[in-house]
Ligand binder design. Structure first.
Ligand SMILES: NC(=O)c1ccc[n+]([C@@H]2O[C@H](COP(=O)([O-])OP(=O)(O)OC[C@H]3O[C@@H](n4cnc5c(N)ncnc54)[C@H](O)[C@@H]3O)[C@@H](O)[C@H]2O)c1
Length: 295
C-alpha cells in the first residue's frame, strides 16, 4: 500500500490564542503549500548544510512556486552550534537584511536547528512568526512541539531561552529515511519515553512493533510519530510553561543532560541516546530508593 494511505490526521495543540496544528505529509512540496497558507510575506529558512542538501532546495523552490519570497541562513551542524554566538550571527543577518516584523522564520532541521531558530524568532524584533519543519525523529516527536526554544550555556544545556510557540508544525515523514541508525535509535528513546510516562497501551504496542517502526514501514512510523505528537500536545496544552505536569516529559533528562555535558556535546553522542541511558539510570535509582508507582 502506498504511503499516502497512511497520512495521519493533524494534531491540534490547544493553547488559546497560541494554538496551532501539527501536520503530517510524505512530500516536502505539500509542506510548502501548508506554510504558504499562513501567508507570510517573506520567509527566512534557518537550516544547516546537511539538511539543506537533502531537502532545502526542494522546499525553497516549492515555496517560491506558491509566491512566497524566501531567504536562507545556514548554521553549523551539531549541538555545539546551539549557542548564543550562533543566535547572534543569525540576528546580524536579519538586521543587516532589514527583515521586518512580517517575516516568518522557518526552522528546517533537527532539534538543534529548531531550538536555535525558535529562539531567534522569539527575540528578533521582540518576536516574529515561526514555523517548525522538523527532519529528525527527536524533532518530529518532541522538540518541534511545545514551544521550548533556546541555546546552551557553557555551564549547562538549554539554560538560555524562551517559551515561544510556532504557528505551525509541518513534517515530511519520508525525510526520516536518510537518518543513520544511531540518530534513529536516539529518536526512538523519546518515543519509548511517551509510553513509559503516559500511555501503557502505546508502550505495549511498541514492544511488539518497534522493529517495524524503526524500519520506517509507513503505517508503523506514521502511528508512532502521530501518537507521540498527540501525547506531547496533550501535556503541553495542560501545562505550557512546566509548572507541574509538563515535567514528566523530562523523564531521563537529568541524567541525560549530565551525560551530554560530560561528553562536551560531541557529535558522537546524540541527545536521544543520552536520554535512553538517563531513563535507565532514573528507573534504577527509583528501584534503589524503593519508589513505587502511586495507585
Ligand atoms: N525544545 C524541546 O522541547 C526539545 C525536546 C527534545 C530535544 N531538544 C533538543 O533537540 C536537540 C537534539 O535534536 P536532534 O536529535 O534532532 O539532533 P540534531 O538536530 O543535531 O540532528 C542530528 C543530526 O541529524 C542531521 N539530520 C537532520 N535531519 C536529517 C535527515 N532527515 N537525514 C539525515 N540527517 C539529518 C543533523 O544535521 C544532525 O547532524 C538537542 O539540542 C535537544 O536539547 C529540544
Amino acid at each position: 500500500m502506498s504511503e499516502a494511505n497512511f497520512l495521519p490526521n493533524p494534531v491540534h495543540v490547544a493553547l488559546l490564542d497560541r494554538s496551532y496544528d501539527i501536520q503530517f505529509y510524505w512530500n516536502v512540496k505539500l509542506i510548502a503549500e501548508a506554510i504558504s497558507a499562513y501567508a507570510p510575506e517573506n520567509i527566512v529558512i534557518i537550516s544547516n548544510s546537511v539538511v539543506w542538501n537533502l531537502c532545502g532546495e526542494s522546499l525553497e523552490v516549492a515555496l517560491n512556486q506558491t509566491g512566497v519570497k524566501t531567504s536562507v541562513w545556514l548554521m553549523g551542524d551539531g549541538e555545539k552550534y546551539k549557542s548564543v554566538e550562533t543566535a547572534s550571527a543569525a540576528w546580524d543577518f536579519l538586521v543587516e537584511k532589514r527583515f521586518s516584523r512580517k517575516t516568518c522564520i522557518v526552522a528546517l532541521g533537527g532539534g538543534v536547528v529548531g531550538d536555535l531558530a525558535g529562539f531567534v524568532a522569539a527575540t528578533y524584533l521582540r518576536g516574529v512568526s515561526f514555523i517548525q519543519v522538523p527532519t529528525t525523529v527527536v524533532a518530529m516527536v518532541d522538540s518541534s512541539v511545545g514551544g521550548k526554544t533556546g541555546v546552551d550555556h557553557p555551564l549547562g544545556k538549554n539554560l538560555i531561552g524562551a517559551f515561544y510557540q510556532p504557528r505551525l508544525v509541518a513534517m515530511d515523514l519520508s525525510l526520516l529515511r536518510t537518518l543513520d541508525r544511531h540518530n534513529l535509535q536516539g529518536g526512538f528513546a523519546e518515543v519509548i519515553k511517551y509510553g513509559v510516562i503516559y500511555d501503557a497501551q502505546f508502550f505495549a504496542w511498541l514492544e511488539t512493533n518497534l522493529e517495524t517502526a524503526m524500519a520506517l514501514e509507513p503505517e508503523a512510523i506514521a502511528h508512532v510519530v502521530r501518537r507521540s505528537c498527540e501525547i506531547k500536545a496533550e501535556v503541553v496544552s495542560q501545562d505550557e510553561q512546566e509548572s507541574g505536569l509538563r515535567a514528566i516529559l523530562n523523564f531521563g533528562h537529568t541524567f541525560g543532560h549530565a551525560i551530554e555535558a560530560m561528553g562536551e556535546y560531541k557529535e558522537t553522542q546524540f541527545h536521544g541516546q543520552a536520554v535512553a541511558i538517563g531513563m535507565a539510570c532514573a528507573a534504577d535509582m527509583a528501584v534503589a530508593l524503593g519508589r513505587k508507582r502511586p495507585h
